[in-house]
Design a protein around this ligand. Structure first.
Ligand code: NDP
Length: 284
């Protein structure tokens, strides 16, 4: 068997024209041009690329984006003051603080300072709690994008055994929660898991979100399983790659996402969707 390759770029294009650009135009017509504020602290090269891509995607789909660039030495208190200003600014509908922040800034405190109704990354503790309660306002963009992939590719989740590898607040935990909501039986693995393959081999769904190159190999995958690769890594030749050995797993799985061109574009698309939803909420 060779897996169907899920084209995240193509799915994103469809979603952006159906669910984003039209709604952005309608909001603008009503006098509520949707606007995202992005904050980038420091000069992490990957973060700079992610922020650039997010701003480009906004502009290409009728959303406005403003970005504050701060040096790595920024004082935490000054960042909190800026977030307070953005919270109060009625022209701003979504606020995104690009992570990671420099170590002297408490990311939890910073995210908690964002008004929950503008937290389009879905990482505020109120939004995390709402997700846990089954009433999410904003779903974190990457797991939300993965759920959209399942939906658009008609991959059944009810009753499926799903393994999420990674337990971060940004990807692993919310991913597991969304799968639970969808009726899957979910196992969350981490670096502390004793025998990862025992879990992945019995799963119809595997979501890898670890940042470890070639972690998931063909012998770890049940034939026909759906394998979603969230990881973003560089291989020994410096090429972009995920957590999954694509060449090997492609021969065993039923569906697989590539890196690049899989989950990455969906993450940005769901950021746009959340920002539109925030603007619609503000517009009543
Ligand atoms: P974190 O570093 O916060 O979390 C990584 C998780 O993976 C941890 O829970 C860790 O376990 C687990 N882990 C690490 N190594 C192993 C291993 N060998 N076996 C099992 N579990 C392991 O990363 P993020 O969740 O923020 O991101 C994960 C990956 O996804 C990264 O590559 C990141 O770049 C990428 N990413 C991609 C996005 C996209 O749009 N495509 C968006 C966001 C992230 P433990 O908790 O025990 O340390």
């Amino acid at each position: 068997m060779t897996a169907r390759i899920i084209d995240g770029t193509l799915l994103s294009k469809r979603l952006r024209s159906d669910k984003v650009a039209q709604r952005a135009a309608a909001l603008t017509e009503r006098g509520y041009p949707p606007r995202l504020a992005v904050i980038l602290v420091g000069n992490n090269a990957a973060s700079q690329i992610y922020v650039r891509n997010k701003i480009k995607a906004c502009e290409a789909n009728g959303l406005h984006a403003v970005c504050d660039y701060y040096p790595a030495e920024l004082i935490e208190a000054n960042l909190l003051v800026r977030i307070d200003q953005l919270n109060r600014d009625p022209r701003i509908h979504g606020i995104l603080v690009q992570l990671p922040l420099p170590p002297h800034i408490d990311a939890y405190k910073v995210i908690a300072a964002i008004a929950p109704e503008k937290d389009v990354d879905g990482l505020h503790v109120v939004n995390m709690g709402a997700l846990m309660a089954g009433k999410p306002l904003f779903r974190p963009c990457t797991p939300y994008g993965v759920m959209k992939i399942f939906e658009l590719e008609n991959i059944p989740l009810t009753g499926a055994n799903a393994v999420v590898i990674g337990r971060s607040n940004i990807v692993g935990k919310p991913m597991a929660m969304l799968l639970v909501e969808a009726g899957a039986t979910v196992t969350i693995c981490s670096s502390k898991t004793r025998d990862l393959a025992v879990h992945t081999r019995s799963a119809e769904i595997v979501v890898a979100a670890t940042g470890t190159w070639n972690l998931v190999t063909a012998d770890m995958v049940k034939p026909g399983a759906t394998v979603i690769d969230v990881g973003i890594n560089r291989d020994d030749k410096g090429q972009l790659c995920g957590d999954v050995d694509f060449a090997g797993v492609h021969k065993v799985a039923g569906h697989i996402t590539p890196v690049p061109g899989g989950v990455g574009p969906m993450t940005i698309t769901m950021l746009l969707v959340n920002t539109i939803a925030a603007a619609e909420y503000a517009a009543g």
